[in-house]
Design a protein around this ligand. Sequence first.
Ligand SMILES: *[C@@H]1O[C@H](CO)[C@@H](O)[C@H](O)[C@H]1NC(C)=O
Ligand SMILES: *[C@@H]1O[C@H](CO)[C@@H](O)[C@H](O)[C@H]1NC(C)=O
Ligand SMILES: *[C@@H]1O[C@H](CO)[C@@H](O)[C@H](O)[C@H]1NC(C)=O
Ligand SMILES: *[C@@H]1O[C@H](CO)[C@@H](O)[C@H](O)[C@H]1NC(C)=O
Ligand SMILES: [Zn+2]
Ligand SMILES: [Zn+2]
Ligand SMILES: [Zn+2]
Ligand SMILES: [Zn+2]
Length: 420
Amino acid sequence: CGWGITCIQTVLPAVAKLVLVHFHWQVSLILDRYESNSSLLMSDALVQPSSTCRTLTVSPICSLQCGVCLQVVRRDALLALPCQHSFCKACWEQHCTVLVKDGLGVGVSCMAQDCSLQMPEDFVLPLLPGEELKDKYRRYLFRDYVESHFQLQLCPGADCPIVIQVEEPRARRVQCSRCMEVFCFKCRQMYHAPTDCPTIRKWLTKCADDSETANYISAHTKDCPKCNICIEKNGGCNHMQCSKCKHDFCWMCLGDWKTHGSEYYECSRYKENPDIVNQSQQAQAREALKKYLFYFERWENHNKSLQLEAQTYQRIQEKIQERVMNNLGTWIDWQYLQNAAKLLAKCRYTLQYTYPYAYYMESGPRKKLFEYQQAQLEAEIENLSWKVERADSYERGDLENQMHIAEQRRRTLLKDFHDT
Ligand SMILES: *[C@@H]1O[C@H](CO)[C@@H](O)[C@H](O)[C@H]1NC(C)=O
Ligand SMILES: *[C@@H]1O[C@H](CO)[C@@H](O)[C@H](O)[C@H]1NC(C)=O
Ligand SMILES: *[C@@H]1O[C@H](CO)[C@@H](O)[C@H](O)[C@H]1NC(C)=O
Ligand SMILES: *[C@@H]1O[C@H](CO)[C@@H](O)[C@H](O)[C@H]1NC(C)=O
Ligand SMILES: [Zn+2]
Ligand SMILES: [Zn+2]
Ligand SMILES: [Zn+2]
Ligand SMILES: [Zn+2]
């Protein structure tokens, strides 16, 4: 009896679970790999079958010393995984306790240096002192089992225990039926079409990292009214001189400085940022910042509009309620108003997420097309928003027509740039 089929048959459930986790619970793939080379499957998953069939090669006069604490203990007080790295029970306990307290479930591995053999749960559990820690470990395991499963995802809603299952795992919008949280199935961030998961992560990280810079820049830079280069204000002086075209202008009103009174006369001239000595570097940095701000400001602005339009939605609902109470039609008669506000939110949400997409897009005809469609969508959304705010002044057909146009634009953009 060695590494053959007979040993694999002794793969215990806890070890099999580790294999499933490693291969994201893709059972048919696992079975195929098991058929073709089971020991390769096991070693890729960093496990070994527990082997009553494997002869231990411990020498009869083995040193009964634990490799961690160096205490000499009786041989039957040493424990080992199938890799045969033996340590005393107290050291294993310590090891497992520390890792589980750190939040590890799957992923607790052998203590020996350079050995990454995974510990099955039935090895770890008896080593954990106290029911509380054992329970914690079971919860972490459950989390890891779900997270590793290609068709499952935990709801990211606060304290929500719901597990979402999909047939086909991809970056799609899902909504939790319990806490109503909406998120991307793949990355558990806010849903982000047409932007993909890695890009939205990059963008959100960038926004978090640069938020101070961006705020600073919006407050401290303006474009030269003559040549449009971005100018930074780094002093109290309002007399600015453009570093490129040497145009003198007023920071406050962007007007020509020459037409100003002498109250600003003490101002000398715009000073270059001393941190960046190289002029071409400075120009590049400004261009990059200017580009980022362009997209960031629109991203922020649509987020604000979404919040304001959510209040409009609230008002519309109250208005409908009032009308129904006063016998001015039924809910069904007025529901189109609610639908319009809902559709507006949906469209603006997609629009918001087109900005990170455009930011990372390479210049070229495809980006031109994208930004053309984006501008069309934006125009129709603003039109719809206008009409939803003033719903009383528009016919139902007018509103519904605009809803249709906006939704068409949204779908076209997603069809051309997302579902590829
Ligand atoms: C299975 O994979 C192992 C490597 O883990 C290799 O040594 C062995 O030769 C393979 N067996 C077969 C039958 O391919
Ligand atoms: C300025 O920096 C750019 C790239 O960072 C470099 O190519 C260029 O040679 C530098 N110019 C001077 C004058 O140092
Ligand atoms: C606006 O952005 C904040 C975070 O920047 C986010 O928490 C919030 O959900 C966003 N609002 C909408 C309506 O997208
Ligand atoms: C909305 O679009 C229609 C045509 O689709 C146009 O006639 C109307 O002026 C636009 N209204 C606003 C407020 O932009
Ligand atoms: Zn080991
Ligand atoms: Zn939930
Ligand atoms: Zn995603
Ligand atoms: Zn002025």
